[in-house]
Design a protein around this ligand. Structure first.
Ligand code: SF4
Ligand code: SF4
Length: 366
């Protein structure tokens, strides 16, 4: 096994933990409600990190199967913060799976990411405000570009995740078309079901995630399908589209507010060690919800030709531009896909071991 003696030093750049204090008692793994025989954590990951087994960590699914309930950190006799260590590993892996290297740079220099986000927002807004053409048409083109850009970013991440965890280990292309695996993956993706697996389930956190997930997915659909034209059409309160916007925006605002409040209060383990990128993530989400809702309400009250509606809509698109360019491809946003994907790949590994998965040997995989 190839080891990297500087690995722990490298991972420490991504979060606050101190596993040098760990004396390997195994208490954390024993208490972790989500650790299983075929996916044992967090001690295994701690051990890998201590010996510098970089490749083993990069090909592990375990960091994504941890939902940061914090029970391991609460009971660690050495205050090594194993829960935060698992969170840090997820940041580290996002940076590693990002082929551009930009994510790693942002995690190390979060102020650059913050400044860039503000800068892109300000430049976009200034451009939109000075735009003399049909802004509704320009917004349609921007919203059309979003899914292409996001799909490319997701595809690159998902491929690297698959390559590191399956392809490089199995040396062949392996696939599961087992219906129950696909169903389980979808359920995990839609509900983040594993939150409920923690012994003392943090329902507030689960509800906040569910609100944000559902609201954000709906916002993506509304935006990517360009379902709204607030500068051309006046909407009414009783319309179905208004209902969709109200739910999507309110869910994001409420979920985002709960997340920010918890991070500020630091009352539970999972919210005690916020990285700067965590704050940027929730603040931007909150602003997306707020600007979407205010643009829509002002359209209902004032009509599509009012200057306030135009200003709020331009603000909304400027926030979304900064979000899509800086936040989506380079931060924890990709959690949304990695968590259910880890469930799929864990089951795939089992199927492969039992000879039940589809496997193809490809000439370029050595
Ligand atoms: S409980 Fe703490 S000391 Fe024990 S193995 Fe886990 S991290 Fe190490
Ligand atoms: S934070 Fe919770 S889920 Fe994650 S390793 Fe610790 S006990 Fe397990």
């Amino acid at each position: 096994m190839k080891v990297n003696p500087n690995f722990l030093k490298e991972v420490k750049k991504y979060g606050a933990f101190d596993i040098s204090k760990c004396f390997n008692c195994g208490n954390c793994t024993a208490i972790c409600p989500l650790s299983a025989q075929d996916a044992s954590f967090p001690r295994k990951m701690i051990r890998y990190a201590q010996v510098g087994a970089e490749k083993e960590i990069e090909s592990s699914l375990e960091p994504w199967l941890c939902y940061y309930c914090g029970e391991c950190s609460d009971t660690c006799p050495r205050q090594a913060y194993p829960g935060e260590f698992m969170m840090t590993l997820r940041r580290y892996l996002i940076a590693k799976y990002d082929l551009t290297g930009i994510s790693a740079f942002f995690y190390r220099f979060p102020w650059v990411q913050n400044l860039l986000t503000i800068g892109i927002f300000a430049v976009s807004l200034a451009f939109f405000l000075s735009y003399t053409g049909d802004f509704q048409e320009l917004a349609a083109k921007i919203e059309l570009a979003f899914p292409v850009y996001v799909t490319l970013a997701i595809a690159a991440y998902v491929f690297t995740f698959y390559r590191k965890t399956i392809l490089e280990k199995a040396k062949k292309f392996v696939l599961s078309i087992n219906f129950s695996n696909i169903k389980e993956t979808l359920i995990h993706g839609l509900t983040q079901k594993n939150f409920a697996g923690c012994s003392d389930t943090d329902w507030t956190r689960w509800i906040a995630h569910l609100f944000v997930m559902s609201g954000y997915t709906l916002t993506l659909v509304i935006s990517n399908l360009h379902l709204l034209e607030p500068l051309k059409v006046q909407y009414s309160v009783s319309e179905f589209r208004t209902f969709l916007v109200f739910y999507a925006a309110s869910a994001i605002i409420l979920g985002g507010f709960i997340m920010m409040f918890r991070r500020a209060a630091k009352k539970v383990q999972s919210s005690s060690f916020s990285h700067s990128s965590d704050w940027l993530f929730v603040i931007m989400l909150f602003l997306i919800g707020l600007s979407t809702l205010s643009a829509h309400i002002s359209n209902i009250i004032l009509g599509p030709e009012d200057k306030i509606v135009e200003l709020l809509y331009k603000l909304n698109i400027a926030v979304e531009v900064a979000w899509i360019i800086v936040i989506v491809p380079f931060t924890k946003w990709i959690h949304i896909f990695f968590r259910p994907m880890a469930v799929y790949l864990r089951n795939l590994k089992k199927e492969e071991a039992e000879g039940k998965a589809l496997a193809f040997s490809l000439p370029f995989i050595k």
